[in-house]
Write a protein that binds this ligand. Structure first.
Ligand code: ADP
Length: 157
């Protein structure tokens, strides 16, 4: 039987408790979930790609069917090389919808065989975003309720 593999792509800069909630849920639905970490061309990175990979790998090490990788190719090409049938994206609020809808439409145009699947996080994570976490941290606020402790520790150093 074909393994059901999903790619969860994002910049994860940094990974948040909302991302982790989604990954845990997805890990129960798929044989394998690949966290695909990308350098987002629109934003300059807050954490290095190495730090983002290390933190995600450490934080998710207790889930056996998770793989953390980085990629810098077209997402559909990355999905194909990993034999993934599904691209997983998170929806927090209506405001995410327009961008995500456009992205999924473009990806479907590029490769009609790869499905985009949207998941929502538990309610308490719906307001967490990496960009707000970066802003709060930069202004000296406490981000420990929003991210895994390895992110807090890394940023203290
Ligand atoms: P990108 O820069 O590609 O938007 P992100 O790392 O910000 O990547 O997010 C990756 C995916 O996770 C996106 O689909 C985003 O909507 C989703 N996401 C971000 N934060 C949360 C959250 N708190 N709960 C659920 N999904 C989220």
């Amino acid at each position: 039987m074909t393994k059901k593999i999903a790619i969860y792509p994002g910049s994860f800069d940094p990974i948040t408790n909302g991302h982790i909630d989604l990954i845990r849920r997805a890990s129960k639905l798929f044989d394998e979930v690949i966290i695909g970490i990308t350098q987002n061309s629109k934003k300059s990175a807050f954490l290095s790609i190495e730090d983002r990979i290390n933190i995600a790998s450490q934080t998710l090490s207790n889930i056996s069917n998770i793989k953390v990788m980085s990629f810098n190719t077209l997402l559909v090409d990355f999905a194909k090389t990993q034999n993934a049938q599904v691209i997983l994206r998170g929806l927090r609020a209506v405001s995410d919808f327009e961008y995500e809808f456009q992205l999924s439409g473009m990806n479907k145009h590029l490769d009609a065989n790869i499905e985009t699947l949207f998941m929502t996080p538990a309610e308490q994570y719906a307001n967490i975003s990496s960009s707000l976490v970066r802003e709060i941290h930069t202004l000296g606020g406490n981000i420990s309720a929003f991210v895994p402790s390895s992110v807090v520790q890394l940023l203290k150093r």
